[in-house]
Design a protein around this ligand. Sequence first.
Ligand SMILES: C[S@@+](CC[C@H](N)C(=O)[O-])C[C@H]1O[C@@H](n2cnc3c(N)ncnc32)[C@H](O)[C@@H]1O
Length: 276
Amino acid sequence: MKTQNENIVRHYQDGGLLERIDAGLRAAGLDPHAIRAADLTQVDEFHIGGREMTLRILAQMNIAAEDHILDIGCGIGGAARTLVRETGCTVTGIDLTPEYIDLAKELTTRCQMDQRLFFKIANACEMSFEDETFDGAITLHVAMNIEDRVALYDEAARVLKPGAILAIYDVMRTNDEALEYPAPWATSAATSFLKSPKEMRSLLDNARFDLIHEEDHGETARAFFQNISPDAAAAPPPLGVHVVMGAEAPLKIRNTMKNLNAGRMAPVIMIARKRS
Ligand SMILES: C[S@@+](CC[C@H](N)C(=O)[O-])C[C@H]1O[C@@H](n2cnc3c(N)ncnc32)[C@H](O)[C@@H]1O
């Protein structure tokens, strides 16, 4: 498991992401040290549909300003900042990748949002929080990397208060064909563990969650990747998820389009409530 997690970190961590984001901000006519969270909209949410999908998920969570929300696998903190901006809540984000946590902290400081946002390096399957700490949790495009889903959802249930919402947005399997790699979340099949919606329903039930809402976003995904396709006529914008994906972005995007068009996978939202 240790080697598997090291391989996951190796996939995401490339040492140059902050420089690329700063270059993109400058190219967009912005001073990287005088930004607001809204200036990062195109680049800081590393999931299909970006900010728009975070807002869609948020609308189903009923978060109050006094709530403390956990972002499991927070990446560089974009969704966490969105939650705080929209609701005034407090968010703690955890992630396996040290470079992402450094960036989450740096970008949050630059946006002057440190008071309600906290980030730490941690494994989603063994978090150090006390039982029943959080009023809700989100996890966006993370579980595709996690083999031990029983540990993941048991751990999420442990740290959530009874009745709290766990909002999941993950790419899920829709048939049994082999996927093409590299994908945005994995260099190879060795760190890719997609589940089907049916498997997910059973995993959540076993971890004491009631599934209260489910949405398939296969169409959203096809439109999203068509828009950022390296084969599109227009040059890519200075800021976008291609910046986060790094040098192999064109290949990862082409492979994702093949996987989506072949009906092998689709992103799905699942809103679940921890049983009281
Ligand atoms: C595709 S990114 C999504 C990041 C973020 N949720 C977002 O939507 O912008 C997947 C993230 O999951 C993190 N991750 C993968 N396995 C993890 C684990 N076991 N524990 C914590 N984070 C993990 C990776 O480090 C990476 O930041």
